[in-house]
Design a binder for this molecule. Sequence first.
Ligand code: ADP
Ligand code: MG
Length: 195
Amino acid sequence: MRNGIQVVTTSPDETRIVGACLAPTLLPGDVISLSGDLGAGKTVFVQGLATALGVESGVTSPTFTIVHEYEGRYPIIHMDVYRLDSFQEVLDLGFEELLDPQAVLLVEWGEAVTPLFPRSYLSIEIRQAADDDHRLLVFRPRGPQWLSKLEGMKETAEALLDAASLESTDAPRFVDAPPEGPRDHAAMDHDVEEG
Ligand code: ADP
Ligand code: MG
């Protein structure tokens, strides 16, 4: 668990279930970064999470609008910084106010802006290996409080994924994540000098 945990989901609904299982552990002020290519499932994950926090209106991608706000158990701020090119653009958007201690902040493409994040946040990376519905969700705690939140999520999600699954497996779905490679910390393209 030191490096985090990971799980493979086999459908959008399974990804929503995992998102929903993270929701009860969240508190106002929590910040989550979601990374992964276009179509990986970042927004799908947020849909499950937001629904479990009581958001009734449909959660859609903020790729073009950049910021969506929902009222659930807590205010939820859902951003997508994909279309922003620099830290300055993110700051100009009022990012510091969006780091609201009363709200849960979810940032798609968040790995690009982690220098602007608080010290403690959760990193979620979603990878699509092949051209199918399998996704690898990697959860990396940045800060000790996220370790226990991830334990909570894992326990509920194991049970709910089992209940929702047609095939029964005895093997745990969540496993420890491998250590991170140096390239896992991507900065904004424009801020990286390619050598
Ligand atoms: P992103 O926000 O990362 O760009 P979206 O969440 O908008 O991606 O889209 C993910 C797409 O992949 C959706 O069309 C969804 O139906 C599909 N999909 C297929 N399998 C999965 C899975 N296991 N988890 C999440 N999404 C999946
Ligand atoms: Mg998205």
